[in-house]
Write a protein that binds this ligand. Sequence first.
Ligand code: COA
Length: 190
Amino acid sequence: MFGLKPRIRVVSSTRIDTDRLVLRCPAAADASQISSLLGNWNVAHWVVRVPFPFRPEHAAAWIARSAEERAVGAGWPFLITLRDGHALMGSMDLSLEGDRSSGALGYWLGEDYWGQGYATEAAVAMIGFAFDILKLKEVTANALPDNLRSIRVLEKAGLRHVGRQVEDTVERGRVDTELFALKRSTWQGP
Ligand SMILES: CC(C)(COP(=O)(O)OP(=O)(O)OC[C@H]1O[C@@H](n2cnc3c(N)ncnc32)[C@H](O)[C@@H]1OP(=O)(O)O)[C@@H](O)C(=O)NCCC(=O)NCCS
């Protein structure tokens, strides 16, 4: 129903537009909405590195860290918002790894916004940003083995399953995760 290849316009390193979305930089004023969306266990328990309950002060700390990561080029955190009405729905982050030739995707959406193709649209846009603008060689992502929604998003965005990794989580200790990856050399474009 929803196009898998949304038109993407990278307006700047702080804003990416797609058919239905604007990915933009987090700002201090977003803390309360972020904590309200991610303060839902149905969302938070799939996201390995968030504490629960996720309070406004956690959101404020994430926003401050986001600005620091951007300043040194270590990560590219965006908020996912609707083009129409600007509702803040979730986040899409690309965290650079190792020698900075690859980046790991992390994302979540408020539960009310699931099932409309928004995460796939945002992931496709972020992968375009990673390969076309940042010139990364590879984009990776980890998902908990039973997170079938997220795994489907990764497959629709072109990532393929490449193995398993153990990850440290805030709320569940050490867990196995499924590792997905897409190389620029095999990327088909947005
Ligand atoms: C994962 C998440 C971002 C997906 O967002 P979304 O906007 O609903 O995703 P999309 O609509 O783009 O795609 C979801 C896909 O999963 C499918 N799906 C939904 N429920 C499913 C289920 N129980 N089992 C398998 N597939 C499922 C949908 O049908 C859709 O695939 P399709 O287009 O082929 O029909 C959202 O559910 C979320 O925020 N979850 C909690 C946080 C999280 O898991 N973050 C990722 C951590 S790795």
